[in-house]
Design a protein around this ligand. Structure first.
Ligand code: AMP
Ligand code: ZN
Ligand code: FE
Ligand code: FE
Length: 291
């Protein structure tokens, strides 16, 4: 059996690695922001961006904690957006964490997620599946489908989170409700007004070719060319796309902890050149405190 060579393993001599895509308990990851930073340090990452779904609360959690963050942090978020009815995940980096528009948008998206969750619970009920709502909403920050899937598994309605997605909650399945998000284009504009970078997340997940072709023509700054366990052949496609458009090529693991055990933190990353380019803008943006 021939093993593919992965970006993360291609050159073990490279000293600087920054994972630009990971989730914490502030969205649907299973590790707290502090635990993610600790793990990042343990595996020798020097740069990190936490990109929770529709929330930047992890940065607040870290700022209020006294832990030693001995690596460079870059502001980040993964927005769920909608383009012509299809879901498109958009990564944003380097914006000022106090930016009012970004913070307001996060508040709206968080509230929308609760409404959407209630709609999915209603659809499950119609199929005779009654879930423990207290358990679902308890200690949740920004709620998402994986949380609902976990409760269904716990209540023995399915064997695994993946089974729940395959049967009920995956896009287009019987109890799926699309997120009430902002359009992809409006999201890009918001990110740009915050002087951040707008990046297409995990482009391989965009299965609809019309959607893919549309978003590749939008005003993005870059694309996630290095992702989790992409093979080098796979990366090549997105590297070509980026080169043609003079886009930044970002990369990350999409670490979720126990929820997605195959995506280990740091299994995909960017080098110092890419990270410093993003981080320089972040430092510049953070100097302005009246955003
Ligand atoms: P949400 O933000 O509530 O739409 O949930 C999105 C998250 O659900 C993604 O980040 C994935 O972790 C997970 N997810 C979405 N679709 C699937 C699927 N078909 N199989 C497994 N996990 C999925
Ligand atoms: Zn997620
Ligand atoms: Fe995503
Ligand atoms: Fe993600």
């Amino acid at each position: 059996m021939k093993f593919a060579t992965f970006h993360s393993w291609r050159n073990p001599m490279i000293e600087f690695r920054a994972d630009l895509h990971c989730h914490t308990t502030c969205s649907d990851g299973s590790a707290t922001p502090q635990e993610v930073v600790k793990s990042a340090l343990e595996i020798g990452l020097q740069g990190l961006s936490i990109t929770d779904h529709d929330t930047i609360e992890a940065y607040e959690v870290l700022a209020n904690d006294n832990i030693n963050i001995d690596l460079k942090l870059l502001s980040g978020i993964e927005f769920s957006t909608i383009h012509k009815g299809s879901s498109v995940h958009v990564l944003a980096y380097a914006f000022n964490l106090k930016n009012k528009e970004i913070n307001n948008l996060c508040r709206t998206l968080k509230a929308n997620r609760i409404v959407r969750m209630e709609e999915m619970i209603h659809l499950l009920k119609k199929q005779g599946i009654i879930i423990d709502e207290k358990e679902l909403f308890e200690n949740k920050n920004t709620i998402g489908r994986p949380h609902l899937a976990e409760v269904l598994v716990k209540q023995k309605y399915a064997k695994s989170v993946q089974d729940v997605f395959n049967q009920f909650l995956g896009d287009g399945k019987s109890c799926f409700v699309p997120s009430n998000s902002m359009s992809t284009e409006e999201t890009i504009e918001t990110i740009k007004r915050a002087k951040g970078f707008a990046i297409i997340a995990h482009p391989h997940i965009v299965k609809n070719q019309n959607t893919l072709s549309d978003i590749l023509n939008m005003d993005f700054d870059g694309i996630e060319a290095y992702y989790a366990r992409f093979s080098s052949q796979h990366e090549k496609i997105w590297i070509e796309v980026a080169k043609k458009r003079d886009w930044i090529m970002t990369g990350g693991s999409d670490y979720h902890g126990k929820i997605k055990p195959n995506n280990a933190l740091g299994c995909s990353w960017v080098d110092a050149e890419t990270f410093n380019h993003l981080h320089a803008r972040y430092e510049e943006n953070m100097k302005v405190d009246n955003e």
